[in-house]
Design a protein around this ligand. Structure first.
Ligand SMILES: C[S@@+](CC[C@H](N)C(=O)[O-])C[C@H]1O[C@@H](n2cnc3c(N)ncnc32)[C@H](O)[C@@H]1O
Length: 240
């Protein structure tokens, strides 16, 4: 619980001081370069009647896009300030937002009792947790999915770290990234080769995986937009 508090404090500090200025949120890409591309990867695997949970939805940019294409969408966040921004800026009749810490499986269970099995979209969230917390987060996800839900995970890959190192050496740190560190947020790593450790085959079925990227809002002096190497994985709970 102590580690969960660390996330809550730093992310609340991050979101409560965001001004909405263009380029401020490093990963806040136009959905055409994010949720839209991701939806293509997992749409055929999921039951569209289930609620889609955008887990760790931030300011709701991607959540709102999903709501244009799916029947019912819910954005969940550890940060109440992020939920407030999302409710204000990215409202729609079929979207709701709520505070939920992915490191509280009991709260995930309560949400599951309320809405039933759900699909889960998780973009650039898991790597924000320390590896010691991954198993707890995945326990929550398991509870949200139930028997019928599908998880679409989009995460920085093992190539992200050398990519950032090279980027910073060449151009200096992007301001959006500096802002993350100013709030004592210390991103970790998820390795695409550890998928079967994170999601053991006796509990999950891997429906698809492959390379992807996290499109950012940072443009280099060359005119190129920073796209951080990532991977996607589509998973469901093993059906017994
Ligand atoms: C890099 S941002 C990605 C936001 C969003 N998924 C997107 O693609 O725009 C990571 C998000 O995870 C949220 N987060 C961090 N720890 C969390 C936790 N324990 N439970 C739920 N959300 C969390 C943060 O508040 C932040 O909004």
């Amino acid at each position: 619980m102590a580690s969960a508090n660390r996330y809550a404090t730093s992310w609340e500090s991050f979101w409560s001081t965001s001004t909405g200025a263009p380029g401020e949120i490093f990963w806040d890409a136009d959905p055409a370069h994010a949720a839209q591309e991701d939806l293509v990867l997992f749409q055929s695997h999921m039951d569209p009647q289930l609620t889609m949970i955008d887990l760790g939805c931030g300011n709701g940019t991607q959540t709102r896009f999903l709501a244009d294409h799916l029947a019912k969408v819910m954005g969940t966040e550890i940060s109440p300030a992020a939920v407030e921004i999302a409710r204000t800026k990215h409202a729609a009749p079929n979207v709701s937002y709520r505070v939920l810490d992915v490191l509280c499986p009991d709260d995930a269970q309560i949400l599951h009792q309320e809405i039933g099995d759900a699909n889960v979209y998780m973009r650039a969230v898991l790597h924000q947790l320390s590896s010691a917390d991954h198993a707890t987060a995945i326990q929550s996800i398991e509870r949200l999915l139930g028997r019928k839900g599908v998880l679409c995970l989009v995460e920085l890959s093992s190539a992200a770290e050398p990519y950032f190192a090279q980027l910073i050496t060449q151009y200096g740190p992007p301001p959006g990234l500096t802002r993350v560190f100013q709030h004592q947020i210390t991103p970790g790593m998820v390795n695409e080769n550890d998928l079967d450790v994170l999601f053991p085959p006796d509990r999950f079925t891997l429906l698809g995986t492959g390379p992807s990227h996290i499109h950012t809002v940072h443009t280099l002096p060359t005119g190129e937009v920073v796209k951080v190497p990532a991977f996607y994985a589509v998973l469901r709970r093993l059906q017994n």
